[in-house]
Design a protein around this ligand. Structure first.
Ligand code: MSP
Length: 518
C-alpha cells in the first residue's frame, strides 16, 4: 500500500473554528478519503496550536489559564470535525508531552550545531508602550504612538541561522517544481527568498506560555521557544519521531495543506529548520486562497465569521462539503455568499444529481420490477452516456493530483448531466408502453446505463459527500462490498456485477427554500 500523509495547519485555540478552518480541514478530508478509495495507506493529521502570546492574552481576558482556554476550545474543534465527518487519524495538541519533547530535542540539537545561537534584538524602545520601533518609524526621534522619548534597547534572543540555508532552499524549490503549489504562490515565495533570508529570532523572553528553551548558562533571562518553531514541528512530532515506524513510513510523503496566509512559514521557515536538523523536507506544500466576505478575508478579528454548525443546520453537511469545493477554485480566493450556496445545492445536488438518482431508480422499479435484472447485455452496449461517464471518472485522478477539486466535480457533473439528457432523449416512459421486444431491450439499456453512470459517479463522490453518496449507492443497488483493496475500481463501468437490484428512492437532497431578501 502506498503511504499518503496529509496535514492541515494546527489551529489556534483562541476561538472556535469558523468556515475558513472548516474549508482547509475539508480539503484534507476529501483528499484523504479519495486516497483511501485508491487503496493508499493514508495518514491524516490535524490538531491545535496552543502556545504563545495570542493564547496567553486571550486567556487573561477570559480570566482563565491558557490551558483551560485550550482545553475548552479544542473541544469545539473536535465537535465540528465530527459533525462534518472529518476522518483524521490523529489530532495533535502542542501542549502534549509527545510534542514538547520533540520540540526541545530539535532546539537542543540546533543549539549544539550552532544553527541556533544567542544574540540580541536591537531597536528603539518606548517603555510606557512596551513597543519596539525602527529608526524609520520614529517621529522626530520620539515614539510615533505617544510622542514620548525612546531608548535604545537590546533584548536577548536566540536566533536561527536561516541565512545559511538560502541557497539550498532556492535550489530545492527550483529542482522540485511540485514542492510549492500553486505556481503563482511559488513565485511569491521565490521572490521573498531572493530578497535574502535573514536569521530569525526563535525565542521570546516576554511570554510565559510556551515551551522553555533548553538550559543555557550563557542566557541571562528565561526564554520560551518561538511559537512557529514549536507549531511547525507538530508534523513530525505527531508521527512519533524519531523511533515510531509512522515517522519512517509517512514523513517522506508529507503534503501540507495551508492557507496562503501561512505559506511563508511552511515554505521558508519549516524547510530551513528541517535542513538544519538534517531531516527530509515535505513532498508538497499546497496553499489555498481565502474565503472572503465583501473581498475581505473571513476572520474572527474582522468579525465576519460564519459558524460551521449553523451552516450544517441550514444546508446539511454534504451540501456544505459540496458547495465549498465545487464553487471555489482551490488556490484562489472565493467570495462566500448565501445565495451561492442555495443556488449550488438546489441546482447541482437536488435537481441534477439527487433527482436523477431518484427518477432512474423509480423507473427501474416501475418498468423492470422488483427482482434482480440481468444486465450484462445492456452494459456491453454503447452510448454517449457510457463514454462520458467513463471519461469523467478517468479524468478525476489527474484533477485530484492537482488539487483541482472543482474540476473533478465539474467532470462528474458532466456525466450526471448526460444521464439526465439520456433519460429525456430516450423517453423510457414511451419505450415502456411499446410491446416490441427491441423497445423493451432498449428500455433496459437506457435505464441500466443511467444507473451505471450514476453508480460510478457516486463511488467517487464518497470522497466529497460521503453520507449522501453512500445513500445513493445503496439505492442504486451498488453499495461498496467490504474488503475491497482499492474501492475506486468499483467506479469502473460494470464493476458492480451482471445483475441489478435497486431500492425505492427517498430524496437525497431536498430542495432548499431560498429565503426572500428584502
Ligand atoms: N496556528 C497557526 C498555524 C500553525 S501550522 C504549523 C494558524 N492558525 S489559525 O487558526 O490562524 O489557522 C489559519 C488557517 O486557517 C489558514 O492557514 C487557513 O488554512 C484557515 N483559514 C482561516 N481563515 C480562512 C479563510 N477566511 N479562508 C480560508 N481559510 C482560512 O495560523
Amino acid at each position: 500500500m502506498k503511504p499518503f500523509y496529509i496535514t492541515t495547519p494546527i489551529y489556534y485555540v483562541t476561538d472556535a473554528p469558523h468556515i475558513g478552518h472548516l474549508y482547509t480541514s475539508l480539503a484534507a478530508d476529501i483528499m484523504s478519503r479519495y486516497h483511501r478509495l485508491k487503496g493508499d495507506n493514508v495518514w491524516f493529521l490535524t490538531g491545535t496550536d496552543e502556545h504563545g502570546q495570542k493564547i496567553q492574552k486571550k486567556a487573561k481576558e477570559n480570566n482563565e489559564t491558557p490551558q483551560e482556554l485550550a482545553d475548552r476550545v479544542v473541544e469545539r474543534y473536535r465537535k465540528a470535525w465530527t459533525r462534518y465527518e472529518i476522518t483524521y487519524n490523529d489530532f495533535i495538541r502542542t501542549t502534549e508531552e509527545r510534542h514538547k519533547t520533540v520540540v526541545v530535542s530539535f532546539v537542543d540539537k540546533l543549539m549544539k550545531s550552532g544553527d541556533i545561537y544567542l544574540g540580541g534584538y536591537e531597536g528603539w524602545y518606548c517603555i510606557p508602550d512596551e513597543a519596539y520601533w525602527t529608526e524609520a518609524q520614529l517621529k522626530d526621534g520620539k515614539c510615533p504612538d505617544c510622542g514620548r522619548p525612546v531608548e535604545w534597547l537590546t533584548e536577548e534572543s536566540y536566533f536561527f541561522k536561516m541565512s545559511a540555508y538560502e541557497k539550498r532552499l532556492l535550489e530545492h524549490i527550483e529542482k522540485n517544481p511540485g514542492f510549492i503549489q500553486p505556481e503563482s504562490r511559488k513565485n511569491e515565495v521565490l521572490g521573498f527568498i531572493r530578497q535574502g533570508l535573514r536569521d530569525i529570532s526563535v525565542s521570546r523572553t516576554t511570554i510565559t506560555w510556551g515551551i522553555p528553551m533548553p538550559k543555557d548558562p550563557k542566557a541571562t533571562k528565561e526564554h520560551k521557544i518561538y511559537v512557529w518553531f514549536d507549531a511547525l514541528s507538530n508534523y513530525v512530532s505527531a508521527l512519533g519521531y524519531p523511533n515510531d515506524s509512522k515517522y519512517t513510513t509517512f514523513w517522506p510523503e508529507a503534503i501540507h495543506i495551508v492557507g496562503k496566509d501561512i505559506l511563508r512559514f511552511h515554505a521558508v521557515y519549516w524547510p530551513t529548520f528541517l535542513m538544519a536538523l538534517g531531516l527530509p523536507l515535505p513532498k508538497r506544500i499546497v496553499a489555498h486562497g481565502w474565503l472572503t466576505d465583501g473581498a475581505r478575508k473571513i476572520s474572527k478579528s474582522l468579525g465576519n465569521v460564519v459558524d460551521p454548525f449553523a451552516l450544517a443546520d441550514t444546508y446539511g453537511v454534504d451540501g456544505v462539503r459540496y458547495f465549498l469545493f465545487r464553487e471555489f477554485v482551490f488556490g484562489l480566493d472565493g467570495e462566500y455568499t448565501q445565495d451561492l450556496v442555495y443556488a449550488r445545492i438546489n441546482a447541482d445536488l437536488a435537481n441534477d444529481y439527487g433527482n436523477c438518482v431518484s427518477r432512474t431508480c423509480s423507473m427501474i422499479i416501475k418498468y423492470l420490477g422488483t427482482s434482480p435484472v440481468e444486465i450484462s447485455k445492456a452494459l456491453s452496449a454503447h452510448s454517449e452516456l457510457k463514454r462520458v461517464a467513463q471519461a469523467a471518472v478517468a479524468a478525476v485522478d489527474g484533477e485530484m493530483e492537482q488539487f483541482a477539486y472543482h474540476k473533478a466535480l465539474e467532470n462528474l457533473w458532466r456525466a450526471v448531466g448526460e444521464a439526465n439528457r439520456h433519460i429525456e432523449s430516450n423517453a423510457p416512459w414511451t419505450l415502456a408502453k411499446s410491446q416490441k421486444p427491441e423497445d423493451r431491450e432498449r428500455l433496459i439499456e437506457v435505464l441500466v446505463h443511467c444507473r451505471e453512470a450514476l453508480r460510478m459517479v457516486s463511488v467517487i463522490l464518497l470522497a466529497f459527500i460521503p453520507e449522501s453518496a453512500r445513500k445513493a449507492l445503496d439505492t442504486l443497488g451498488g453499495a461498496l462490498p467490504d474488503g475491497l483493496a482499492a474501492p475506486v475500481q468499483f467506479a469502473q463501468w460494470g464493476a458492480a456485477g451482471s445483475t441489478m437490484l435497486v431500492k425505492t428512492p427517498t430524496p437525497l437532497f431536498p430542495r432548499l427554500e431560498v429565503p426572500k431578501t428584502k
